[in-house]
Ligand binder design. Structure first.
Ligand code: PLP
Length: 374
């Protein structure tokens, strides 16, 4: 099998397995005061420290969650509950992941006004953000998009909020960018809340975290014990959290993973253009992360392309794994991509573990699949 769906999820890395094994051995409940509990609690603290180092923040600013979805929900509903006095307005855009878009829609039903900033070509219309920032309680813009790899400029967004003296909190979905671009270091510098997910970087599924800055007040969604400083009840998922920290540690120890992914992207794009010429349209946003490439082959539907690749044991995807059941892709048109492009859109999610030979196999299968174009 050749796996090019790393934006959906990826293989568990070696260091994540090592850290998880330690947590399996130290099986105590971190809340227990005895020796076994203390050992688990120490492990949890060192995992929190590692994730904090990777995010560039203090350990007490991190709250572990069941993944990116929960972290996004928590940040958005907290901002609406605790900061609505700044204005019952939320500023976002039409390319956000459903775990941001749906909570925002739920808040619209509760009376919040939602402003969608146009993002043609992947560049937000900053004038719209500027004109609405004054009376908003929340600005929700992701860093890297899961379907296209498009990167939004978090520094510029913060600058606008500062210049307009906005009291809005800035939430950023960092799930696809955390540990996957040098620019992820900007997240905790410029955003009030940031979500991250373990399984996108080599950890387990079902684990993630929310970074929350000093001025953020959280409104817990899961009530129970006083774990996570009372912000999220429930015995901590120590094995998952340690695997998450292990994945972070591995990524910090191997900055060359990013370079390798960049090389693979460039190799894929040049081979695909050589093989398919003007039959392939590759969407290159104004700024992007290297691990996601979105393209469309003229006259070839996503379904036919995916099925053909699948028959060759090559895994790619048509859009995000979380929205495969959603009927209409509303993300790609927001960038200005037309219906023809959208109906054939394919996402390749690269990892440092992919090889040039795999890229060659992918491109030659794509060339064959183009024979089914209508
Ligand atoms: N945000 C983005 C941009 C994603 O790509 C995903 C997962 O695909 C999520 C959030 C949800 O993360 P999780 O699967 O950890 O809930």
């Amino acid at each position: 099998m050749i796996y090019f769906d790393n934006a959906a999820t990826g293989a568990v890395c070696g260091t994540a397995k090592e850290w998880a094994t330690k947590a399996i051995e130290e099986f105590g409940n971190p809340s227990s005061p005895h020796k076994a509990g203390r050992a688990a609690s120490e492990l949890l603290a060192s995992a929190r420290n590692q994730v904090a180092i990777s995010l560039g923040c203090k350990a007490d600013r991190i709250l572990f969650t069941s993944g990116g979805t929960e972290a996004n929900n928590l940040a958005i509903f907290s901002a609406a509950t605790k900061n609505f006095r700044a204005g019952k307005k939320i500023i976002t855009n039409n390319t956000e992941h459903p775990s941001v878009a749906e909570p925002v829609k739920a808040l619209e039903k509760q009376g919040f006004q939602i402003v969608y900033v146009p993002v043609l070509g992947g560049v937000p219309d900053y004038g719209v953000l500027e004109s609405h920032a004054g009376d908003a309680c929340l600005v929700a813009f992701m860093q890297a998009n899961n379907q296209t790899g498009c990167l939004f400029d978090v520094e510029k967004i913060r600058q606008i909020l500062t210049d307009t003296h906005s009291k809005a909190l800035f939430h950023c979905d960092g799930v696809q960018s955390f540990c996957k671009t040098d620019k992820a270091g900007l997240l905790t510098k410029y955003c009030d809340t940031v979500s991250a997910s373990s399984h996108k970087i080599g950890g387990f599924k079902g684990c993630g975290c929310l970074y929350f800055g000093e001025k953020v007040k959280l409104s817990p969604m899961i009530l129970g014990g006083d774990q996570e400083n009372g912000f999220r009840g429930g015995t901590e998922n120590t094995v998952g959290i340690c695997a998450f920290a292990g994945a972070c540690a591995e990524r910090s120890a191997h900055p060359e993973y990013l370079e390798k992914t960049k090389e693979l992207r460039e190799y894929f794009i040049s081979l695909a253009k050589d093989a398919l010429g003007d039959k392939i349209n590759i969407f290159i946003p104004a700024e992007y992360i290297d691990c996601i490439v979105n393209f469309s082959i003229n006259g070839l539907s996503s379904e036919v392309c995916l099925n053909y690749l699948s028959s060759k044991d090559i895994c790619v995807s048509s859009s995000s794994a979380c929205s495969v059941r959603a009927k209409k892709n509303t993300v790609l048109p927001a960038y200005g991509l037309n219906d023809k492009y959208v109906s054939g859109a394919v996402r390749v999610g690269l990892s440092h573990e992919n090889t040039k030979a795999e890229v060659e196999a992918l491109v030659s299968a794509l060339k064959e699949s183009a024979k089914f174009a209508r």
